[in-house]
Design a protein around this ligand. Structure first.
Ligand SMILES: O=C(O)CCC(=O)C(=O)O
Length: 324
């Protein structure tokens, strides 16, 4: 068998076209149950062993859990990324020769968890720039709007605005004052074309990181919502860090303006990079120094934001009746 695995089915021209036009496409039954078993096992391991960043990112809402760069310490997820069919889908979707893995992220909302994911674009706060970028969102529970299935604003990846990064965990350090305010989409739903799907384990969402997306809290009393996001980059992507973009805490050798490279962003296609793969033989956790630096930056940014009450009000989004 050759790796990464060939998907049980490739994307059709219509599906790729839908992704390009709408900024998101949902593919039913794409992931076979062996790969789904790795997704679920990785999420369950992560839930029982949160990283320091994960503990910081999981807001103080009972039942909400988020963590990133899980594949650096959880072998099931490393194997999923290196050997699963995802890199080949990313290659097709982005029309890229080279495919690198950017990072993974877990989102868990237990039944009744009042933690909406605010409307946001991902690329605005990522320390990269380029066209060939895509995200996959993989639920391992049945999801619909009630238990926090994702909503998308159709075609918003083509809008000219770059919105302030209201990340699900409200990290103040990445809110860039120079960027546009996100409109309060739920207060005026008639102005937008919203897309969402009922999904089952094995289904996958593929979306462009400029497509506005968000979700309600988990309003179901019985159904959990566990999901894993995988982010991919292609040939034209460059490293573009800045003070207001997500810091990378893992080792890599990318330089600003150059291609992503090094152990944090492994090349999977056209062939795996042997050195990067060897570097992942052992789990990596970020140094405490880097994490302390980031949390200090965030505390300073949060204090600055709190001193501007009008700015905070303009970031508000309507997600429940009490928000209106
Ligand atoms: O699962 C969620 O609530 C958020 C997902 C998301 O924003 C993403 O994958 O970019």
């Amino acid at each position: 068998m050759s790796f990464p695995a060939y998907p049980t089915r490739v994307l059709s021209t219509e599906e790729i076209q839908r992704y390009r036009e709408d900024g998101v496409v949902m593919i039913k039954g794409a992931i076979d149950r062996n790969w789904m078993a790795l997704v679920e096992s990785g999420i369950e391991t992560a839930r029982g062993d949160a990283s320091l960043v994960g503990r910081f990112m999981s807001r103080k809402v009972e039942g909400y859990q988020m963590d990133i760069f899980l594949w650096k310490r959880i072998d099931a997820l490393r194997d999923l990324i290196y050997y699963g069919p995802f890199a080949r889908w990313a290659q097709q979707l982005m029309g890229a020769q080279e495919v690198r893995f950017f990072y993974d992220q877990m989102f868990v909302k237990e039944p009744g968890t009042d933690a909406p994911t605010p409307w946001h674009q991902d690329l605005s706060f990522w320390p990269i720039r380029g066209e060939q970028v895509c995200s996959f969102w993989i639920p391992c529970d049945p999801v619909n709007r009630e238990n926090s299935g994702l909503l998308y604003v159709r075609g918003s990846h083509k809008w000219p605005q770059r919105f302030k990064a209201i990340s699900p965990d409200y990290v103040a350090a990445i809110i860039d004052e120079q960027m546009d305010d996100i409109p309060d989409i739920n207060a005026h739903p008639e102005r937008y074309e919203l897309l969402d799907w009922d999904m089952e384990p094995g289904d996958i969402l593929m979306f462009h990181p400029l497509t506005l997306h968000g979700s309600y809290g988990n309003q179901s009393r019985t159904r959990r919502r566990r999901a894993l996001a995988l982010r991919w980059v292609g040939d034209d992507v460059v490293y573009a860090p800045s003070a207001k973009r997500m810091p990378i805490h893992f080792e890599h050798s990318s330089v600003p303006g150059g291609a992503l490279q090094g152990a944090a962003f492994p090349r999977i296609l056209p062939e795996m990079d042997a050195q990067e793969r060897a570097a992942r033989a052992r789990p990596e956790r970020p140094s405490t120094g880097k994490l302390l630096r980031s949390s200090l930056d965030n505390a300073v940014a949060a204090a600055r934001l709190a001193l501007k009450p009008n700015r905070t009000a303009s970031l508000k989004q309507t997600w429940s009746k009490s928000d209106t």
